[in-house]
Design a protein around this ligand. Structure first.
Ligand code: NAD
Length: 484
């Protein structure tokens, strides 16, 4: 299978916060890989813009080091790093002052795509947007890319949206949720809407329930104090898990175009029912013999912030009424994995008798590691001895199915940045989607804050608190095992 690289138009990409952690770990190595893949036009340029004092040579050295450290696959040979670095410039700007803005304006070319990546704290979004306009740097065709977190509640998200809307049209704003750039997530849409096989079964008549798990093995470590102000609900559920929920639950859009897709996602969020406290389990990891507890990591012995959350959500529409969606995410769990599992109902009647056991199909979609899909089907156990049934996986590992090309499965950031240059907003969140997600999330957070609910302790590197298991157990269901 030969993967095609479709070149993009010539561009000037400015990365505000170009010396920061995200730029060094994801954005710049991602651009380098696109360069190696031959997707960057010969004259395309990347301009780092940040508060720190550097000249272009120093910035190039910083990027060289970042590529060496963080880009392990899909790279070209060492000699080509130099050619890539030639595309880089640097300008020192102060997002809150006047330094550097005239110089930045001077650097921008006419007649190319202009994109501005705000890889800085959200408190600077409004300042940068305002200066891009007032210094005449961004024109009507310019695009801006903003990072999460997009607000910490509905009010702050509305304010961010309003600050950006003063200077940019919604069609120019690209709100990144890197989960949407993952190959498997897009494949989820291809599987659902490119095959006739699944769609007729994709509803409450045939689906018993759906589980979405994003498990991490790392704790909050050095980011403890920062994390303690948000917690798993704000940090993961409001954005990544809800986006996955939307893609799995949405109606088929009439076209694969940005607004058609985002309209359908928005309808799912708006159809989510409020969740009562019996259907939410929050947790905090405990200390191990050698590692601190969540509260120690957070630097607050009385912290009530959750490092784990499990929720039972219901969607009030014709397709999904009666089918629960279980969401679960946490730190210091037993494996690092992200998975969506569609748990189908049992066959309505077993012609093979009780001894054959009950078997239900499961479609599991793995986002990481080893992106791929597995469909569990029931077959006859081989050999004599009557009709005994056994479940076997029909396993499609993308790495195996695509052979050498799997190496080229692009990282989410690479794909999304190229989508920005192409002007394709399909995989970016629209302002109203983000607000709708907060409008659903806020009352849940308020309710546990008002009740004074305490997170349950869970053993580090386990599956989370016992109460999360009980939540499913009460209704005769169980979580899938957390494993790589
Ligand atoms: P960072 O602190 O490492 O870098 C911040 C960058 O902003 C630096 O380049 C700094 O020079 C620049 N900056 C700060 N104040 C400035 C000012 N007044 N004027 C101009 N430049 C200024 O932060 P980061 O980890 O790279 O995160 C950047 C954004 O991306 C944040 O919104 C963060 O929440 C988000 N994000 C980060 C990650 C990650 O893995 N680091 C993941 C998802 C989202």
């Amino acid at each position: 299978m030969v993967s095609r690289v479709i070149p993009v138009d010539d561009f000037d990409l400015v990365i505000f916060g170009g010396t920061g952690d995200l730029a060094r770990r994801k954005i710049l190595p991602g651009l380098y890989r696109r360069f190696c893949a031959g997707q960057m036009p010969e004259t395309a340029r990347i301009i780092g813009a940040a508060r720190s004092e550097h000249d272009t040579e120093e910035f190039r050295q910083l990027v060289r080091d970042a590529i060496r450290e963080f880009s392990t696959k899909n790279t070209c040979d060492e000699g080509q790093i130099g050619a890539f670095l030639e595309r880089l410039d640097y300008v020192q700007v102060d997002a809150r002052g006047s330094d550097g803005w005239d110089a930045l304006k001077e650097m921008m070319r006419d007649g190319v795509v202009k994109a501005y990546y705000f890889s800085v704290a959200p408190s600077l979004f409004g300042d940068i947007a305002e200066r891009l306009q007032s210094y005449g740097i961004a024109d009507e065709s310019a695009r801006i890319v903003v990072e999460k977190p997009f607000g910490r509640d509905l009010d702050s998200a509305k304010k961010l949206n309003a600050d950006l809307a003063k200077h940019f049209d919604e069609t120019q704003i690209y709100r990144i949720d890197h989960y949407l750039g993952k190959e498997t997530v897009q494949n989820l849409m291809a599987v659902r809407f490119g095959n006739i096989l699944f769609e007729p079964l994709w509803n409450s008549q045939y689906v018993d329930h759906i589980q979405i798990t994003v498990a991490e093995t790392v704790g909050v470590g050095g980011r403890g104090e920062y994390y303690d102000r948000s917690g798993a609900m704000r940090d993961m559920v409001q954005n990544h898990l809800m986006q996955l929920l939307c893609l799995i639950a949405m109606e088929p859009p009439s076209r694969f175009d940005p607004d058609a897709v985002r309209d359908e996602k928005l309808k799912v969020i708006r159809a989510l029912e409020p969740v009562d406290h019996h259907s939410i389990v929050r947790g905090q990891y405990e200390a191990t013999a050698t590692e601190p507890s969540y509260r120690e990591d957070a630097g607050d012995p009385r912290s009530t912030t959750e490092s784990f959350i499990a929720l039972r959500c219901m969607i009030s529409n014709w397709r999904w009424a009666g089918t629960p969606f279980f969401l679960r995410t946490g730190k210091k769990l037993k494996a690092r994995t992200s998975e969506i599992a569609v748990m189908f109902k049992d066959a309505p009647h077993s012609i093979f008798g009780e001894e054959a056991g009950r078997h239900a199909n499961v479609l599991s979609i793995r986002l990481q590691p080893n992106e791929g899909m597995t469909l569990k089907v029931t077959i006859k156990e081989p050999g004599p001895g009557g009709m005994r049934l056994v479940d076997v996986p029909l396993d499609m590992s993308f790495a195996e199915a695509l052979g050498d090309d799997a190496e080229e499965i692009t990282d989410a950031y690479e794909r999304l940045i190229m989508d920005v240059i192409r002007g394709n907003q399909t995989l970016f969140m629209r302002g109203d989607e983000v607000e709708a997600a907060w409008a659903w999330t806020d009352p849940l957070i308020e309710s546990w804050e008002k009740r004074g609910d305490m997170p349950k302790a869970y053993e580090a590197y386990s599956s989370g608190p016992e109460e999360a298991a009980m939540m499913l157990h009460r209704e005769g269901r169980r979580w899938r095992e957390i494993k790589e």
